[in-house]
Design a binder for this molecule. Structure first.
Ligand SMILES: C[S@@+](CC[C@H](N)C(=O)[O-])C[C@H]1O[C@@H](n2cnc3c(N)ncnc32)[C@H](O)[C@@H]1O
Length: 361
């Protein structure tokens, strides 16, 4: 392999440059009440490292919200980072028309409300949003951050959303990882959105859950463009399905990261969108399949290849340099593509003959 082009690849999702002003102002005020301000990046970096170490040591434990350092770390770092990731995931969902038809959402393990803020950023509003959270400290902070929420929000302390209204979307953003299984009440919902860390373990667990939900009458809307067995689960121990978004860090976040060994040059995550009704996005013409790029572009002598998913086989798109010279299309990991059914197949490689054979949507 000559070169991993990952960092040069641009995903089709454009990310916001910064948190909205109202959230930034509420974030700064809340931090001030914890006796810290954003220029104190060393203290913040220490708080972030402490929470990161907690998650590494206790992957299935609930976030330690009673600790001031955990509140600081979440307010200054994890809430914004999750918001950016969720902005990317919500855009992926909008491309699939996934959010159409839901009147209510349940944000389970809502934390500081990164999900609701990402819905607001996408101008998506619902009749109601129920935030289910076991931490009273998180709820108190979330209330302050969400003062301008487009969707009327209601908080429930504990783990139960109560009665499920018709047309409800159940959402889990970085909270399923803190549970053993998907709660029972999800079966009464019409849609399900799960966002998880992009680790091999969390992502593969999510694909296993997808398979189980398919047998229970759910339809997968994304990232998979098909309901067949996941090729990365069936044919690989090494790969796992995850997305990645490019972003530009604002200076205040850069200052915190400069003091830490963790660097978020790009924002990876795994996500799953399922509904009770089948997806409306179909191949644009009978001669095409809909697929998704599930890998980064890897360059070899004479060709470049990239994992691509459109069904149960584990396949690579393989662009031969003699045909494409320097014009290999830039398609980011996670991007939706239209794939011609008339291209050449060689083993597990699908070989485009021209620029229109695999097109980013
Ligand atoms: C990693 S945080 C994610 C917060 C937020 N959803 C986000 O994306 O930034 C997980 C949250 O789930 C909450 N949580 C964990 N177990 C829960 C449970 N059984 N019921 C309700 N909330 C729970 C934790 O208190 C924590 O706020």
């Amino acid at each position: 392999m000559l070169q991993d082009l990952d960092q040069k690849q641009v995903s089709s999702v454009k990310m916001p440059l910064d948190l909205p002003d109202s959230i930034r102002a509420a974030q700064e005020l809340a931090l001030k009440d914890l006796d810290i301000s954003l220029p104190e990046s060393t203290k913040m970096a220490q708080a972030v490292m402490a929470l990161s170490a907690f998650y590494v040591k206790n992957p299935e434990k609930s976030s330690p919200w009673h600790e001031v350092w955990a509140q600081i770390a979440y307010l200054a770092y994890y809430m914004p980072l999750n918001w950016w990731r969720l902005c990317g995931v919500v855009k992926r969902g909008q491309q699939l028309n996934f959010f159409a038809g839901f009147d209510h959402y349940i944000d389970f393990g809502s934390g500081l409300g990164s999900l609701g803020m990402a819905f607001d950023e996408a101008q998506l509003s619902f009749a109601s949003g129920a935030c289910i959270e076991t931490s009273k400290e998180a709820i108190a902070l979330h209330r302050r951050l969400a003062a301008k929420s487009l969707t009327p929000l209601d908080w429930k302390l504990g783990s139960s959303p109560g009665e499920i209204k018709p047309k409800t979307l159940a959402a889990f953003s970085y909270s399923l990882t803190e549970l053993q299984t998907l709660p029972e009440w999800v079966s009464a919902c019409d849609g399900l959105l799960i966002v998880e860390p992009a680790t091999r373990e969390d992502s593969r667990k999510l694909q296993i859950l997808r398979g189980e939900l398919l047998t229970q009458g759910w339809y997968v809307w994304g990232p998979c463009t098909h309901a067949k067995p996941c090729p990365l689960l069936s044919f690989s121990e090494r790969d796992w399905c995850h997305d990645r978004f490019q972003w530009t860090q604002p200076d205040w976040l850069k200052q915190i990261e400069n003091k830490m060994p963790i660097k978020n040059g790009t924002l990876p995550c795994s996500w799953l969108m399922m509904r009770r009704d089948p997806p409306k996005v179909a191949a644009t013409a009978q001669k095409h399949d809909l697929g998704r790029m599930t890998g980064d572009l890897l360059e070899y002598k004479g060709f470049s290849k990239q994992l691509i998913c459109r069904g149960s086989p584990r396949e690579f798109a393989s662009w031969q340099r003699r045909d494409f010279k320097k014009n290999i299309p830039e398609i980011g990991r996670g991007d939706l593509v239209r794939i011609s059914r008339e291209l050449t197949i060689k083993g597990n490689e699908i070989r485009p003959n021209n620029e229109t054979d695999i097109v980013k949507l």
